[in-house]
Design a protein around this ligand. Structure first.
Ligand code: ADP
Ligand code: MG
Length: 247
C-alpha cells in the first residue's frame, strides 16, 4: 500500500486549488510533481503533511505516519534571518531523537558531521545561515533531511535559484534516497531533471492531467492540456486596471 490521494479537494476562501484529485504515489520510488504556477502543487504537499485541511476527500499516508515525513518547503517560505549556525540548523533534523531541548551526544555529533560531509559543507558548520548563498543553504536543508532519516521525503521546488553544481549534487542524493528504498516526491520545473531522476510524474493543473510513468505523462499533448487549463484560470482573473493606466 502506498500514499494515496482520494478524491481530494483543497480550497482557499472557497476557491479550489486542488480539485477532485485521486491517485497513488509509487512506493519506494521518486515521483515529480509538474505543472504551471498556481496549479496546486504546494497545496498538495501541505495537505500531505497535515498543514492544510481538505474540503473533501483525503490523503491516505498508507504505511507512513506523519512523523515519517521529511518536508522541504519552497525557499520563499523559509526565514533565513534566524541567528543560527549551519550546525545547529542541521541538528534540528535530530529532534525526533533528542527532543527540542535535548542534548546532542557524541554519536549524534558524528552523524551531523557525516551529513555535512555528504553535502560538501564540513567547513561551514559554524557559519550563520544568513551568510550562505542560496545553493549552500539548500545543501544545509538537504543535510537536515539526511539526519531525519525519513522514509517519505517531500521537496517543494528544491532547485529553484540553485546553481548547477549544487543541483547536480543534490539530485544525486535523491538518487541515493531512491536506492535506499525511500519514497521521494518533489515539485520540479525542469524536464531534464525529471526525466533523468524521476521515473514517475504527476502532472497537476488543479485537476490531475496525467499521473504515471514519466515518459507517458510528459508528452506534448498532456503539457498542452495543462497549459490550456491554466490559461483559463487567467481569463477568469479580474482585469488589471493599473496596467491599463500605465499604457
Ligand atoms: P503552485 O505551488 O502549484 O504554484 P499553490 O498550491 O501555491 O500552487 O497555489 C494554488 C492556488 O492557490 C493559487 O491560485 C494560489 O494563489 C492559491 N493560494 C495558495 N496559497 C494561498 C493562501 N494562503 N491563501 C489564498 N490563496 C492561496
Ligand atoms: Mg508552489
Amino acid at each position: 500500500m502506498s500514499v494515496r490521494v482520494e478524491n481530494l479537494t483543497v480550497s482557499y476562501l472557497r476557491h479550489p486549488a486542488v480539485h477532485h484529485a485521486s491517485g497513488s504515489f509509487a512506493e519506494a520510488e521518486a515521483t515529480a510533481i509538474f505543472g504551471p504556477n498556481g496549479a496546486g502543487k504546494s497545496t498538495l504537499l501541505k495537505t500531505m503533511i497535515g498543514a492544510l485541511k481538505p474540503d473533501s476527500g483525503h490523503v491516505n499516508l498508507g504505511p507512513f505516519k506523519r512523523k515519517d515525513i521529511a518536508y522541504l518547503p519552497q525557499q520563499s517560505e523559509i526565514d533565513r534571518t534566524l541567528p543560527v549556525s549551519v550546525h545547529d540548523l542541521v541538528a534540528t533534523g535530530l529532534w525526533h531523537q533528542t527532543g527540542v531541548f535535548g542534548k546532542v551526544g557524541r554519536k549524534q555529533r558524528a552523524k551531523i558531521q557525516e551529513a555535512l560531509q555528504a553535502v560538501g559543507l564540513v567547513d561551514f558548520a559554524e557559519r550563520p545561515i544568513s551568510a550562505l548563498s542560496t545553493g549552500q543553504f539548500q545543501r544545509v536543508l538537504f543535510a537536515r533531511i539526511l539526519l531525519q532519516d525519513a522514509p517519505l521525503i517531500l521537496l517543494d521546488e528544491p532547485f529553484n535559484a540553485v546553481d548547477a553544481k549544487t543541483t547536480y549534487d543534490l539530485l544525486e542524493l535523491v538518487r541515493r534516497w531512491r536506492d535506499e528504498g525511500r519514497t521521494v516526491i518533489a515539485v520540479l520545473h525542469d524536464y531534464e531533471q525529471v526525466r533523468a531522476y524521476f521515473p514517475y510524474t504527476l502532472l497537476l493543473a488543479r485537476e490531475i492531467v496525467a499521473w504515471g510513468k514519466t515518459e507517458l505523462v510528459l508528452t506534448d499533448l498532456n503539457l498542452r492540456r495543462a497549459a490550456e487549463t491554466a490559461a483559463h484560470w487567467h481569463e477568469r482573473a479580474p482585469v488589471c486596471r493599473v496596467d491599463e493606466e500605465a499604457v
